[in-house]
Design a protein around this ligand. Sequence first.
Ligand code: SF4
Ligand code: SF4
Length: 501
Amino acid sequence: MEPLFIYPEYEVVRDEARCIACRVCERQCANEVHYYDERLGKMLADSTKCVNCHRCVCVCPTHALKIRKSDDTYKVNANWENSTINEVYRQAGTGGVLLSSMGNPKPYPVYWDKLLVNASQVTNPSIDPLREPMETTVYLGKKSAKIERDANGRLRDTLAPQLKLSTPIMFSAMSYGSISYNAHESLARAAQELGIYYNTGEGGLHRDFYQYGKNTIVQVASGRFGVFAEYLENNAAIEIKMGQGAKPGIGGHLPGEKISDEVSVTRMIPKGVDAISPAPHHDIYSIEDLRQLIFSLKEATAYKKPVIVKIAAVHNVAAIASGIARSGADIIALDGFRGGTGAAPTRIRDNVGIPIELALAAIDARLRQEGIRDDVSLVVAGSIRSSADLVKAIALGADACYIGTAALLALGCHLCRTCHSGKCNWGIATQRPELVKRLNPDVGYKRLVNLVHAWTHELQEMMGGMGINSVEALRGNRLMLRGVGLTEKELSILGVRHAGE
Ligand code: SF4
Ligand code: SF4
């Protein structure tokens, strides 16, 4: 159907006095925004194609470009905003579901920003992390409820397999296919150097990355893409994906344009065809079924690897987590609705799920009340934006956090939110060879290492300020948090007092 003209969201502004018509922007833009007009003898731009990825702005040698948010508006009001009207026009044109990338952008409360961290003053003095030991190592997995000794007094070593992290940060599940080979390599190498883990997502594991197995978490999702014996062997842990924060209740979707030769081999699916994993696992309809899959995977790997169950933060999540803790899982990964994604239906992303902070606090409290908190570790994901979010998450009960969007930003992502198009100009969310090579993994992995080092320093500083010298002592220590601008109900779910109390 003939598309209705939709006014562009962004405007390309070119300073004619600076532009030397070198055509770098034309060559660098996969969205084909810039072009040279022979007749006029100058560069022009088609703003309707611009996604505001800022690639051209960064590569222009004369700083001639700016991308501006368009100030043109429809006749909007508080109910019918520009974006809402635009979406209706687009759907009337295509008849299809709207797709989006990255996390929920709606202005729901960000509780991290309403929680403040404590610091020691007179008594219980603070600790200087530069001069005193500060333990950031954490172990994920089932902990022993009690110390047991044999007849000779020797400690019984009955510990379930654990993941050892040098710092409570891991890289979130991002599949090869949704992100490029070079992005994947950057994550794997950074995880290896840092002594942490990256996660394959549901895209299988490229054979080149078997060498990073000790720092790899592999995912078993409803589509079972790329799952076979070697996949289950070349890793440190296996994650069963039951849900994803950006799209709770539905399956995954990798557009066909991103299924290249290599991606199709790794996923064991045909090339160029959309990869849609089903909403449910077709063998899981109860906690007992989940338990069967957990133990099938443990059996297949000789009980040497912890099994993680990843769920989205939804209503009744505490009860769901309690069931998972009893099902034999070693770790629960909780993914919030601000978590990124390569592609999700816009309506689902923007309207389904609950804030991660409330879900985390509710789960930690429930598992403690039921006396099963040590049966399982809790990893939190879904827009952990800084070391401050990390500290607050740990104080609310997390053992560690996954970071996804922050890791992509470290690799050069400019949050243009069009990963689903496969035209990522920064070489991250694309499979087009000419774009992939724009991300140099030698640089990418170092930037990831730098980011995690920086956050770890800040984590140590904040813990030191609280007079706490280990992540373990901060975990679930809600006395270290105070709320601002929160209702009684919110404070009660978070288990946090109001500032001033
Ligand atoms: S990259 Fe900059 S100088 Fe080169 S054509 Fe584009 S706007 Fe002009
Ligand atoms: S990964 Fe690439 S396409 Fe996705 S938001 Fe970042 S810059 Fe845009």
